[in-house]
Write a new protein. Structure first.
Length: 73
């Protein structure tokens, strides 16, 4: 059963990454962190790490873009 939960959590993190938008990124990243904490195996954490890194990069890019837009107003 733990394997199924682990697989589901990695899939949920992947879905959060694929469906993230500038409006939802902070909440998506928080949800992904909670799911990551629940992963029980190192292998699952490594799989999820790719999506976690992607979410973090999206957040950084979108935050920077928002600041640039605000600066140019």
């Amino acid at each position: 059963m733990a394997r199924t939960i682990t697989g589901n959590n990695v899939r949920k993190i992947r879905k959060l990454y694929l469906e993230a938008s500038p409006r939802t990124i902070h909440g998506d990243l928080n949800k992904a962190v909670e799911l990551l904490k629940a992963l029980s195996t190192e292998n699952a954490r490594q799989k999820a790490a790719v999506y976690m890194d992607g979410l973090s990069q999206l957040r950084s890019e979108w935050t920077l873009a928002k600041k640039r837009r605000a600066k140019h107003r």
